[in-house]
Design a protein around this ligand. Structure first.
Ligand code: AMP
Ligand code: MG
Length: 419
C-alpha cells in the first residue's frame, strides 16, 4: 500500500499550474493571482470626513459652546470652492473632501443650526484630525495590497476596483472533464433492468468540480469497452486541462480503464493506505500541447470512494493547477470533540469517517462530531448527510470525548443565527 502522503505528492508532481492569463478584475472572483498587485494610488485619495457635521478649525471651537457662521456646504463629490476662513464653519457630509483651512469635523449630533441656517452652535471642542480619514490611511502607494497566490475574494475585487485596477494576471480555472465507466450504469428515471444501477458518480463529480471553482466538462458515460474508453479519454484530453474517470481502477479483470490508460499515458496504479478510496490511478497523458501533459485521475467506482478520492487528491491537484499555494491545497482541517466513540481495527490505513458537525456540541462549547450513518463505501446516504470527515489514524480509534481532526466537506455549521 502507498502511504497517503506519497500518493498526494505523486499527484501534485503531475499537476503543474496552468499558464496565467490577463483577466478583467471584475470577473476574477475565485481565481488565484499570478503576480502581486501594488497600489499605484493612495486610498483614501484625499482627506475626507467620516461623519456628517461641520468642518471647523479646532482652535475656533476650543471654547465650546461657540457659534460660527456657516459659509458653505460640502458634499461627497462636490469639494468646497473656497477655503475655510478663521472663525467659520462649513456644513459637511460623509465622504466629502475636507476644505482647505479646516482641520477637524464636529459631528452633527453635537451641534445646533441657528438663524435659519446662517450659523451653527458647536457644543464640543475637538482635537485637530477629529473624524477625518487621512490620505493613504487604508492603502499607500507602493504597498503590495494583494500577493501572488492570493485567491480573489469579494473584498479583493473591491480593493482592485478602489485602486482602478482593470485587469489582473491570474491562473485560469482548470477545465475538468468527467466520465463514468461501467456496463451496469444508466442515467435518469425509468425502471432499471436486472443488474443496472444509476450513474451517480458523474453528476456528483461534476458538481464537486463546480463547487471547487473549476469548469466541469461532461464527457459522458462509457461502457466497459476499450475503444469507447479510449475515445472518451481522447476527447477529454483534447478539450480539457485535466480528466477524471470513475470506475474500472480496482483489481478486477474487466478494469479496462487501466488497459487503455497504460497504453496512452504514464500512469501509476496505487492502493493508497486509506479507507475508503483505496484504489487510485494517477498519471499524465500527452495533450495537444507537447509541453503540457494532461493529468488524468482514475477514481474508484464506489460512490463514497470516488467522492473521498476527489476531495483528497483531485481537488488538491486541480487547486495546484489553479495556482493555489501548497498550504491552501487541501480541505479545511479543524479539531472537534468526538460525541461518540469511533472504533476501528488497526489495518495500516488512515480512515475517513463521514460525520455531522454540531457547533457548540462539545462539553466546553467546542464543535462536536458524530457518525452520519452507514460507513460503507457504497453508502452515499451517509455521505450526503455528512459535514466532514473525521481522520482516524491507524490504530483502534478514539473514545467519546477525545479530540479528533476533521476535514470540512460542507459549509461550517454556525453557532446560532446571523443577525
Ligand atoms: P468499479 O470501480 O468499476 O469496479 O466499481 C466499483 C463499484 O462502484 C461497483 O459497485 C460499481 O457498480 C459502482 N460504480 C461504478 N461507477 C459508478 C457510478 N458512476 N455511479 C454509481 N456507482 C458506480
Ligand atoms: Mg466498473
Amino acid at each position: 500500500m502507498v502511504p497517503l502522503d506519497d500518493a498526494l505528492a505523486h499527484v501534485l508532481a503531475g499537476c503543474e499550474p496552468l499558464e496565467p492569463v490577463h483577466v478583467p478584475a471584475t470577473g476574477a472572483m475565485g481565481l488565484v493571482l499570478a503576480e502581486d498587485v501594488v497600489a499605484a494610488e493612495a486610498i483614501p485619495p484625499f482627506v475626507n470626513t467620516a461623519m456628517d457635521g461641520y468642518a471647523v478649525r479646532a482652535e475656533d471651537v476650543a471654547g465650546a459652546p461657540v457659534t460660527l457662521p456657516v459659509v458653505a456646504e460640502v458634499a461627497a463629490g462636490h469639494p468646497a470652492t473656497q477655503a475655510l476662513g478663521p472663525g467659520e464653519a462649513m456644513r459637511i457630509f460623509t465622504g466629502a473632501p475636507l476644505p482647505d483651512g479646516a482641520d477637524a469635523v464636529v459631528m452633527v449630533e453635537r451641534t445646533e443650526r441657528l438663524d435659519g441656517g446662517g450659523s451653527v452652535r458647536i457644543d464640543v471642542a475637538v482635537e485637530p484630525g477629529t473624524h477625518l480619514r487621512e490620505v493613504g490611511e487604508d492603502l499607500k502607494p507602493g504597498e503590495v495590497v494583494l500577493g501572488a497566490g492570493d485567491e480573489i475574494t469579494p473584498a479583493r475585487v473591491g480593493v482592485l476596483a478602489s485602486l482602478g485596477v482593470a485587469e489582473v494576471l491570474a491562473y485560469p480555472r482548470p477545465r475538468v472533464g468527467v466520465m463514468s465507466t461501467g456496463d451496469e450504469l444508466v442515467s435518469g428515471p425509468g425502471s432499471l433492468q436486472p443488474g443496472q444501477i444509476r450513474d451517480s458518480n458523474r453528476p456528483t463529480l461534476l458538481a464537486m468540480v463546480a463547487e471547487a471553482g473549476f469548469i466541469p466538462v461532461d464527457l459522458g458515460w462509457v461502457p466497459d469497452d476499450e475503444e469507447a474508453i479510449q475515445d472518451a479519454i481522447e476527447r477529454g484530453v483534447a478539450g480539457c486541462d485535466a480528466v477524471i474517470s470513475s470506475g474500472g481502477v480496482s483489481m478486477g479483470d474487466i478494469d479496462l480503464v487501466r488497459v487503455v490508460l497504460d497504453e496512452i499515458g504514464d500512469m501509476r496504479w496505487m492502493q493508497v493506505a486509506i479507507r475508503p478510496a483505496k484504489p487510485l490511478a494517477f498519471g499524465v497523458v500527452p495533450g495537444p500541447d507537447p509541453d503540457r501533459p494532461i493529468p488524468v485521475f482514475g477514481l474508484p467506482g464506489n460512490p463514497v470512494s470516488s467522492m473521498v478520492s476527489f476531495a483528497l487528491f483531485a481537488r488538491a491537484g486541480l487547486r495546484q493547477m489553479a495556482g493555489h499555494p501548497p498550504e491552501r491545497l487541501h480541505l479545511p482541517r479543524f479539531r472537534a470533540v468526538a460525541a461518540e466513540p469511533f472504533r476501528r481495527p488497526p489495518d495500516g490505513k488512515v480512515q475517513f469517517v463521514r460525520v455531522t458537525v454540531t457547533a457548540g456540541g462539545g462539553p466546553g462549547g467546542e464543535l462536536a462530531v458524530r457518525s452520519s450513518g452507514g460507513q460503507g463505501s457504497h453508502q452515499l446516504g451517509a455521505m450526503a448527510r455528512a459535514d466532514g470527515l473525521v481522520v482516524l489514524p491507524d490504530g483502534d480509534g478514539v473514545d467519546a470525548g477525545d479530540l479528533v481532526e476533521v476535514l470540512l466537506l460542507a459549509e461550517p455549521p454556525t453557532i446560532g443565527h446571523a443577525p
